[in-house]
Every structure is written in structure tokens, then in C-alpha cells.
Write a protein that binds this ligand. Sequence first.
Ligand code: NAD
Length: 337
Amino acid sequence: MVTFVNVQNVASWISAVGVEPIIDGMVSYLEADFGRWDRFDKTPRVASHSLYGVIELMPTSDGTTYGFKYVNGHPVNPKRGLQTVTAFGVLADVESGYPTFISEMTLLTALRTAATSAMAAKLLVPKDATTMAMIGTGSQSEFQALGFRSVLGIESLRIWDTDPDAMAKLVTNIEPLGFDITVASSAADALDGAQIITTCTADKTNATILNDADIVGGVHINAIGGDCPGKTELDTALLRRSMIAVEYTEQTRIEGEIQQLEENWPVTELWEILTGKKPGRSDAEQITIFDSVGFAIEDFSALRYLRDGVEGTDFFDSLDLIADPEDPKNLYGMLDV
Ligand code: NAD
């Protein structure tokens, strides 16, 4: 039997434990897995692009456990009442090859994306940061805000979205949790007084969500939305004067903001900063960018965290997923024909 966590159970588990404690816990799983980087199989995700968006498979293995996520990215979806991003994921036992765990990952992806942003921010954010600008207040945004509060104590948000309803939704959802939220009149206005800037927009184009001229020294940019070929958010002039951290260089050169730069443009992988191999922020005036695209090891960490979290609870079912006849050579014998 395969342990199966459906959407309702993931939602109930999150409600029971709390978004911030989960993101906090996930950060420690991410740090553990990024800290043993060499142990993992790594490959850029396998993407199938279409006019509508992209469908991707994201596999990895640490030699004991194998994992993958199925995920889509369809910026047109909200216009027809669907999510931009949906996902499910699997863990399997490397020794037998049998799947052991399967879960919804749309909610889990929002948590792991926020946890990864928070892990990067711990390494790069300037000291004493108090305020985050958030450009793009769609599905990921509340999770991002809660991630930055859980790890860095950020409670002051300045938000901007081209859709006023999306901003109103964010205010309704998280202002009651104690956030001090200012609704800005433009992206540039949102940046005023912010030491951290999260860009989390969805548009399949080379957008300029942040203009180089609007960015002052010393900020940390958490760039989430540019995660596909031809789908970016940042001005190249801004990239060229910033320190850029990535998850897995080979994948980010295809999908991230740095697809706009020369192929050998220097970047630092998060695991290198985490393990002390390379420095993070060098000085208070440096602009740092986390060029986030989402990498398979993050989903592996998130699935591990959920698997461990639901163990011994009622938040899962057992799924009869694998045909496993008593005589392993008599698959046919399972049929009633
Ligand atoms: P969403 O569609 O729910 O929200 C996107 C928001 O961006 C919308 O509210 C839209 O109005 C706003 N927007 C679009 N263009 C804008 C602009 N020019 N200025 C201001 N706001 C603008 O999408 P989501 O699920 O929140 O995902 C956001 C983005 O993050 C997507 O591009 C998605 O592919 C990406 N994403 C990345 C990761 C990662 O690991 N890096 C993980 C999940 C999602």
C-alpha cells in the first residue's frame, strides 16, 4: 500500500499545524538536503512547452529515496477559473523501486517555494530588514509573506498587483494575522522603504516588473515569477549589477532571470553559501537576487517533510496503487478471467 495524502488532508494538516511552523520546519529539511548536495542526482526538469503554458517533471534521488513532482505553469488559467500552478508528487524506495508515498503538491509547492525563498533570504537579506515589497499577489503571495515572517520576522508589507482584487484578497487573508500592509499605487511605489522585494507575477513574457533605475543599493530581491524560457521579470541592467544566487545553475540558465545574460555569467548556488564554500552578501550596499525557478530537491525535501509530518496522524489514506501478486511471476493470476 502507498501512503496517499489528498488535497483535503494536506489542507487539514496545514490548518492543524499552521503555515508558519510548517515553513519553518521545511526550511530545516531544505537546509539538510542542500547541505548534502553531492548525494543527489541532479538534472534540469523535463519541460513540455505549449502555447498555453508548460508541464514539467522534476526528478531526483539521494540514493535511498527517489522523488519526482509533476507540475504545470499556465499563466492563462486564472482567467478560466483554474490555478496557474498545480502539482502532485511521489517518493519511492530506491532499493525495490516501489512507490511509497504520493501527495497533492499544489499547496505543498506554495509552502516549499516560500520555504526556499526563506532559506535563501536567511543567507542574503541585509541586517535589520523590516519591510518587504511584494509585486504580484496571486496564489503564492500569502505563503511568501508568512515564510518571511516565520524566518525573518518581517511584518510590514508594501504590495502591488495589476489586479486590484488580488491585492484585496491578500489583505483579507493575512492582515488579520497581524501584518501591517500598505497597498501601493505602482511597483515603484511599493519599493519605497523596502529592504526585501519579492516579485511573484505570472506572464509568459520577458516582463520588466522592476526597473533598474528604481532599485537602491542594499536590497535583497526574491525573484519567483521568472521560471520558464521567455518568462522573466527583471531588467538585465539590474541583474548585471547584482550578486545572483540560484538553486541549480544548469536549470536556472534555461529558466531563470539569467537566461537573459551570457552563458558564463557568474552565479552562486545556494548550497555553496549554505555550506560556507562561497560567501553570501558581501556588504550592506550590495544588491542580492535569489533567481528562483524551483528545483527538484526542494520538492523532495517538502515531500519528506509531509511524509514525516503525517505519520501517526489521520491525515492520509492507503492507496492500492501497485499490482503486487503473491507469485511475482504470475501477474496474470490477479485477473478474474
Ligand atoms: P497567480 O496567477 O496566482 O498570481 C500572479 C499574479 O501576478 C496575479 O495576481 C497577476 O495579476 C499578477 N501580475 C501579472 N503581471 C503583473 C505585473 N506586470 N505587475 C504586477 N502584477 C502582475 O500565480 P502564482 O501561483 O502566484 O505564481 C506566480 C508566479 O510564480 C508564476 O509565474 C509561477 O510560475 C511562479 N512560481 C514560481 C515558483 C518557483 O519555485 N520559483 C513556484 C511557484 C510558482
